[in-house]
Design a protein around this ligand. Sequence first.
Ligand code: MSP
Length: 527
Amino acid sequence: MRSGKSFYVTTPIFYVNDAPHIGHAYTEVAADVLARWHRQAGDDTWMLTGTDEHGEKILRTATANGVSPKEWADTLVEKSWRPLLETIDVANDDFIRTTEPRHEEAVQTFLQKLYDDGFIYAGEYEGFYCVGCEEYKQESELVDGSGPYEGQKVCAIHSKPVELLQERNYFFRMSEFADRLLALYSERPDFVQPESARNEVTQFVKQGLSDLSISRSSFDWGVKVPWDDSHVVYVWFDALLNYITAIGYGDDSSDKLERLWPGVHIVGKDILRFHAVIWPAMLMAAGLDVPQRVYGHGWLLVGGEKMSKSKLTGIAPTEITDTFGSDAFRYYFMRAIAFGQDGSFSWEDLSARYQSELANGFGNLASRVLAMVTRYFEGSVPAASEYSDADRHVQTVVADAASAADAAIEKLAIHDALAHIWTIVDELNGYITEQQPWVLAKDDAQRDRLATVLYTVTEGLRALAVLLAPVTPVATDKLWTALGVVDSLGALADQPIRDAGRWGQLPAGTVVGRLEALFPRIETTND
Ligand code: MSP
């Protein structure tokens, strides 16, 4: 069922200097959950992710490892970044690498246009550069170093010294866009989210914007500036453009840009300014629409600091998925951390939620319901007869949860959506305890009542499978198959999610199958 709307969601493109950790996987999962939700709602959906392969950071890493930057990037992309998407079950529609010709050519087209239209000029620049951030820093953004860097000024994010650079560069007249950006933030309050991020960006722009140095000439690992090949394009200017080069900017044969742009950008809060200040200014200069939204999510913290490979605090996603599976990974991070805020990862919390929410809450519910349909009705879902108040209450909970979850997803509050969906799990478990189908089953006079109770819980499970499919696609697929509805209702991925709460979609007479444990017991070394 087509909704007529489009939904284009992007992740940041990731630096290939190192392998991914769970902080990177977190961004991927969030964007994927949103994309799956919208796809299931019938929106014309496109999810883009990819890798950021130019710049000094990658060049230095490759050189230190004795290979060319392209060889380094190829290896990391094939051995680490693409496999990450399988590890955490991301169903992206495209994967862009900034070293691909489709990207490099379109970056040059864009740059040439800005140059021809007078938005770029040559000038001198001197400033402190952080290679980790790939960004010039103001002195006010530096902090005192410690340990080996005692007595030096270091980048507040990477805790490493900055380098004084003096170069003749090309500049983008970003200062001209400050007023238009401020107007954008006030006219479209949800352009930058969450609220705290919007305030920070507004304050930053209110202080006035400088022009932006957009080329480098001291190394050549980058996209060549089209009118001066002694310069390469500044890596951020190149990288931000991926959001439109991947959907056909500069390619007249593609209709994707028109169909999908403007998109929704999911980014970590550390790179919000690039997306909420530089990027819209670039688009304004080129006469293109600014993004629909820029959402800055929080960080996964370790010991109160941003998890990072450079600080050796990175945890590989497979360390979690090898034991708990991809569904649990996805569920845990989307549920336990309020999207937009920082969160600390802990094995204890993951384990506890796995056990109580996934295994006991959802998994057991599903197996109990199917087991009872099998035992009391030979596997054929009975028709409901007269609904009682308790049954109607279940129906209301399901309908309310489905619409509240959709509203939460609209606001990108993924954790709230899950909390709403979980009211169905709790309601169904409570309902079974109260209705005691095993007692009803002992009394032939209660046969109709038993049928109604079992229809109610099975139909509740149908709604749950549809609503949880974007978050736990593996478990819900198993459940969907066991519910036996593939022939009557179609594939799970095709179930219209905005209609999930409409009661009575499960046909009576459906023959259910066996269900293996959706979230099996995890043996720990202490057992
Ligand atoms: N290449 C740039 C982005 C260019 S987008 C046009 C970049 N890459 S990155 O690999 O350093 O980071 C990519 C994303 O991962 C960022 O959104 C960053 O916030 C996120 N994360 C990195 N560490 C993280 C955590 N510890 N927690 C959550 N997200 C984290 O920046």
